[in-house]
Design a protein around this ligand. Structure first.
Ligand SMILES: Cc1cc2nc3c(=O)[nH]c(=O)nc-3n(C[C@H](O)[C@H](O)[C@H](O)COP(=O)(O)OP(=O)(O)OC[C@H]3O[C@@H](n4cnc5c(N)ncnc54)[C@H](O)[C@@H]3O)c2cc1C
Length: 567
């Protein structure tokens, strides 16, 4: 058994920012299933929002305007007091990162450079070329390590141990040895990222299974707004690698098979810089109405950067050019990029308040795995990186406050019981013949992409729910063929699949029940937003039969009354 005052699960931006805030005061252990620098935050490209007012066309920007854009972008589902906290704190968070050595791109006057992004009234996205996540993650990792953070890399967490009121730690699996390790803690923070891989077409890395969200849910912590899944408009065809929104922020066009800049029809003012839900639906409509191109891996439209010129592309979007050359052999300086929408971000997640607190009193969540909610029904580009650093810091403060006022004695007996349960589960998976987890995972993700996608209908969602129930049943007969404990990714995959099935179930169920269209959730049979009946958050609780129990709670509106969204 290991013991720390605080255990953080997740070494991405949210986990590391929380660690920086806690390390000097507490004994902190950080567990991550990959080495922290390989966390998915490293892949973030386009930038992070803050109303610095550095851009010549953004001098009048303010946190209030940032807040308004975020609330409007969320289709009025975001909790406005939380959005206010995030937008007010954004400039401070950026200067803090700058002072810690983050190499942001600069304007000629030396100030931090900013670029336009979708759904934003002002150019307020700070960036470092198209490698923003990479530089932020390195900055925070160096800072955390310099404060002697204890890291457990390549350790998977498979259970959160609680007595229903208090949490006592987690059960981890050391990939290198195959050993199961109970980890006792006075407070636990989950910063475990999103669930992209529940979908077949996703910009997310293979590690983004959403297991943290599923683990919390099975431990009795409610999830919120799971039906709101972001589909990014521009994934590279055949690979689903993200072509950052910065391509359009820098002036890129979207073109259909007839050579038209079709966004004119859907968002005549914002054009390509409308929010992601609108641009994704527009591309999908063009494709469905026959104005897309064919590819063995799916139909697509074109993202044209050629008019930006080689100098600008090399300076602002060098990573995008390399990806296009390496994966498709095309050079965006001379050729347009084939793109299609794919799953990108999880607006829903572990239900937290604005202090990152959950229903369990010493269990906290921050970053993409959490739903505060600052993104509501649709996240604006650049606001997720911001959420990780703002709420990562807030999580550290809440944990600190909690530990100052409460005496927690982790229950070792409970931890050992849970360890035994996991041992038994692994024995069952490794004994006898059965179905392979990977087969079920592919069927699950294809079902989600096809039936719980950009456009949804009751019939499709019913089909998806029936299929998920069938896959859950088949999961009971999953077996792992390799009997080795060390570095057995077949085993970790089989263990994670159970959580992916739960996550998918809540997404499909929430979408089936929500009879309206709002943000990224678009029902073809209920095309209008319905504030009278549906201006509310969906809450999912794991009930005694192992099924989701659904309830609803009010959205917090402080400054902006819901009105129709026009772009
Ligand atoms: C390609 C791409 C580009 C993006 N670009 C931008 C952008 O430009 N601007 C923006 O605002 N947002 C962007 N986003 C979104 C943003 O990058 C993410 O939402 C954010 O980085 C998530 O950070 P996080 O700390 O919450 O989680 P992550 O960085 O995903 O970290 C999760 C951590 O949890 C660990 N973990 C997970 N489960 C377990 C488990 N069971 N046991 C142990 N460890 C576990 C992982 O090892 C990892 O360390 C982008 C997303 C993608 C996919």
């Amino acid at each position: 058994m290991i013991e720390h005052e605080v255990i953080i699960v997740g070494g991405g931006l949210a986990g590391l920012r929380a660690a920086v805030g806690l390390c000097e005061k507490y004994d902190v252990g950080l567990i991550s299933k990959v080495y922290p620098l390989r966390s998915h935050s490293v892949a973030a490209q386009g930038g992070i929002n803050a109303s610095l007012g550095n851009h010549p066309e953004g001098r009048d920007d303010s946190w209030e305007k940032h807040m308004f854009d975020t609330v409007k972008g969320s289709d009025y589902l975001a909790d406005q007091h939380a959005v206010e906290i995030m937008c007010k704190d954004a400039p401070r968070a950026i200067y803090e990162l700058e002072h810690w050595g983050c190499p942001f791109s600069r304007f000629p006057d030396g100030s931090i450079a900013q670029r336009p992004f979708g759904g934003a009234g002002f150019p307020r996205t700070c960036y470092s070329a198209d490698l923003t996540g990479h530089v932020l993650l390195h900055t925070l990792f160096e800072r955390a390590i310099s404060k002697r953070l204890k890291v457990y890399p390549e350790w998977y967490v498979f259970a959160l141990v609680s007595d229903g009121i208090t949490c006592h730690g987690v059960i981890a699996f050391d990939l290198l040895t195959g050993e199961i390790v109970p980890c006792a803690a006075k407070a636990v923070l989950f910063a475990t990222g999103g669930y992209g891989r529940v979908y077949y077409y996703s910009t997310n890395a293979l590690i983004n299974t959403g297991s943290g969200i599923g683990i919390a849910y099975r431990a009795g912590v409610p999830l919120k707004d799971m039906e709101f899944v972001q589909f990014h408009p521009t994934g590279l065809v055949g690979t689903n690698i993200l072509m950052t929104e910065a391509c359009r922020g820098e002036g890129g066009y979207l073109i259909n098979r007839l050579g038209e800049r079709f966004m004119e029809k859907y968002a005549p003012i914002a054009m390509e810089l409308a929010p992601r839900d609108i641009v994704s639906r527009s591309i999908q409509t063009e494709i469905e109405e026959g104005r897309g191109f064919d590819h063995p891996h799916g139909k697509y439209v074109l993202l044209d950067l050629r008019h930006l010129g080689e100098k600008k592309i090399m300076e602002r979007l060098p990573g995008i050019r390399s990806i296009c050359l390496d994966f498709l052999g095309i050079d965006p300086v001379y050729e347009p990029i084939p793109v299609m929408p794919c799953q990108h971000y999880s607006m829903g997640g572990i239900d937290t308040n604005e202090k990152c607190e959950t229903a369990l009193r010493n269990f906290f969540a921050a970053g993409e795995c959490a739903c505060v909610s600052v993104h509501g029904a649709n996240r604006l580009g650049g606001n997720s990186l911001l959420e990780t650093v703002v709420f990562g810091k807030i999580a550290s403060e809440s944990i600190s406050e909690y530990l100052c006022g409460n005496e927690v004695k982790p229950d070792r007996g409970l931890l050992l019981e849970e360890k035994k349960r996991l041992e038994k589960k692994i024995e069952r998976l490794m004994n006898g013949e059965g179905e392979k987890a990977s087969k079920i995972q592919v069927e699950l993700s294809k079902t989600m992409s096809e039936y719980v996608g950009i456009f949804r209908t009751e019939e499709q969602l019913k089909f998806a729910l029936t299929k998920i129930m069938e896959l859950k049943e088949r999961y009971k007969n999953v077996k792992v063929s390799s009997r080795r404990r060390a570095f057995n990714y077949e085993l970790t995959g089989a263990l994670e699949l159970e959580f992916m099935l739960d996550v998918a179930h809540t997404i499909a169920l929430g979408a089936y029940l929500r009879k309206e269209s709002r943000g990224a959730h678009f029902r073809r049979d209920w095309e209008k937003r319905d504030d009278k009946n549906w201006l509310k958050h969906t809450v999912f609780k794991f009930n005694e039969d192992g099924e989701p129990e659904v309830s609803y709670k009010d959205v917090i509106i402080t400054r902006f009354e819901p009105v129709e969204r026009v772009y």
